[in-house]
Design a protein around this ligand. Sequence first.
Ligand SMILES: Nc1ncnc2c1ncn2[C@@H]1O[C@H](COP(=O)(O)OP(=O)(O)O)[C@@H](O)[C@H]1O
Ligand SMILES: [Mg+2]
Length: 381
Amino acid sequence: MPGERILFVDDEEQIRKLLSTWLTRHGYDVTMANDGWEALKAIRAKAPDLVITDVNMPNMNGLELTRRMRADHRTARIPVIMLSARKQADDVLSGYAEGADEYVPKPVEMAVLEAKIEVLIKRFRTTKGDGATKRGGNVILFLHGKGGVGCTMLAVNAAVALAATTIYRVTLLDLNLEFGNAPMLMNLTSLRTLADLAENAHEQLDEATFGTYLEQDRSGVRVLAGCDLPERAELVTVPAVQQAIDLLQKQSDYVIVDAPASFSQHILAVLDAADAAVIVTAAHLPSLKATKQTLEVLEKLSFPTERTVLVVNRTSAAGVEMDHVARFFNRKPDVVVPHTEAADDAADRGRPLSVLHPDSAASKVIRDLAARIAVAAPAGR
Ligand SMILES: Nc1ncnc2c1ncn2[C@@H]1O[C@H](COP(=O)(O)OP(=O)(O)O)[C@@H](O)[C@H]1O
Ligand SMILES: [Mg+2]
């Protein structure tokens, strides 16, 4: 496909010249780098459609380059072809382990390389989309700057409220990888998780297989857990999260994501796909300060304000007055959830608050929250 941007990385000038001439002649827009460091700089300046990299290079080798690309939400999905004279099974496997899509032995068989380039760029284009056509349901990211503010409780109950309309197919992704407890609030135990999915290393992950990792709650919400044990969290990579979001979008109108109090690469990856962000805060200074910083980060990332929903959750009976809160944020909170003892009761009984106590004032406000979400990110758009 002419015009596609390829970054070619090799420390040997002869090979750089040879390959770049050949690629340019085949219509690709080629840039070059001498080593992994230079490549990373070039990729961050302008992301290519594909990276072809040598393995052994000074400063930073191709394995490390690929590892770093896969760990960054901006570059995690860019296809990588490794070229190397080292073709022992061990070398090839470590290339794939770092996230290479293809491992091609040197000397390079040009026709084979071209075929692989074509396939990978085409696949990349479809995952990336063209920006104009949406690929499925809306992603709603529940964020908080400080833990214990009821973010998970509200994510779970908003999902249940959206599903209760019976209009929407709703999935809930628990991305609190180390201490996730969204499934617990729905009495779902021993779920299969994204960590299991990574461990099982499915060759081709189709929608049906992926579906076996989801568990349906009585409310109709289908839940995907990130991880079951803190020490297994690292199994869940950034590309794995991106793939999960893609697949969940295909099967739902709303994908609700419960995030930990962090802007990790995983969460930034979700934010890239997010149609709306719900920011949850308590009405106490430590949480308010963290929330202000969270809103500032969203602004720096150019996340549109009209797609944010600011929720003040009164996790305790006391707290800062609402007009003070509004002045502090220079913005009126969109939703204020009243304090209720029923929240802890529901948590202890492993049932969503809005199901156990549908008539409580908090449950009513949660239904308003679901409606606000539907306004910030209308289904089918
Ligand atoms: N409106 C509320 N009133 C009283 N307690 C609440 C309220 N919202 C949440 N809680 C309680 O606050 C605690 C923290 O909730 P959780 O959803 O785990 O917070 P986070 O995800 O922000 O860490 C839980 O014990 C929950 O029952
Ligand atoms: Mg939580």
